[in-house]
Design a protein around this ligand. Sequence first.
Ligand SMILES: C/C=C/C(=O)SCCNC(=O)CCNC(=O)[C@H](O)C(C)(C)COP(=O)(O)OP(=O)(O)OC[C@H]1O[C@@H](n2cnc3c(N)ncnc32)[C@H](O)[C@@H]1OP(=O)(O)O
Length: 262
Amino acid sequence: MSDEKVLTKQVDDDGLCVITINRPDAMNSLNGELVGQLWHEFYEMRHDDAVRVIVLTAAGDRAFCAGADLKERATMSESEVRRRIDDYRGCFGAIDNCPKPVICAINGYAFGGGLELALACDLRVVNADTKVGLTETRLGIIPGAGGTQRLPRVVGVAKAKELIFTAKRLTGKEAEAIGLANYAVPADQVLDRAKELGRAMLDSAPIALQQAKIAIDAGMQADLNTGLEIESRAYAVTIPTEDRQEGLAAFREKRKPNFKGK
Ligand SMILES: C/C=C/C(=O)SCCNC(=O)CCNC(=O)[C@H](O)C(C)(C)COP(=O)(O)OP(=O)(O)OC[C@H]1O[C@@H](n2cnc3c(N)ncnc32)[C@H](O)[C@@H]1OP(=O)(O)O
């Protein structure tokens, strides 16, 4: 393990947390240490009330994440590669299942596992001039960290097949046009736009945010009637909360609500 931290974390007083991948010299690619730390951090944040909304980004101006660390990969046995793919799935699953909104600020290249990492987040803001893509088929493999499942759910089956079969590298602007990114902005505005989105969510009640995320994510895997049942159960969780009473009181008193996540 090197002395330099591969991941940094900053939480402000309002609960906006910025996680920064810090391997810029290796294009922020995913080695074992980074995957382990990301996984651990997202597990910890599940239970940390000081964190309400998360922005995930990376250091430097070239890459968000160039996917698997291909130099490390070249040294690994087949069984080590299998295990590493499982680690990606566990790590990205922890991000996907994080009960708080996660916004990915794609500051530069996002290829292979790097884009799969971004797809595990709820929203994406991308550098308009960078390139992103699931490039794995050009390396004799397939997207194995959720890409074959999450990309079609975001952009539709036919577009996902086109992108995966051709390993196409899209510009940030093109990613925005197909809904892969919520916003494409100039490079120097990526992090600020992601934080701005995050701050807009801080005004919403934490339990309401969690339940809305659960309802959307679980409901999208189900038929409409099951999805509506999931929504109904998620709504029911919010009914006995102090925050619901606070929301009504704040409306009555014409003031901003002070939500406590209770
Ligand atoms: C389940 C998951 C599977 C996967 O993720 S498979 C991997 C998918 N990733 C890719 O296909 C991207 C591979 N990388 C590239 O295509 C290019 O690179 C870039 C477009 C990202 C950048 O190109 P350029 O600007 O010309 O720079 P450069 O000289 O190629 O790279 C700069 C340094 O960064 C290292 N690097 C780039 N990508 C990776 C990587 N994925 N793993 C480890 N190192 C990487 C290079 O080797 C080099 O380093 P040095 O200066 O020592 O030669």
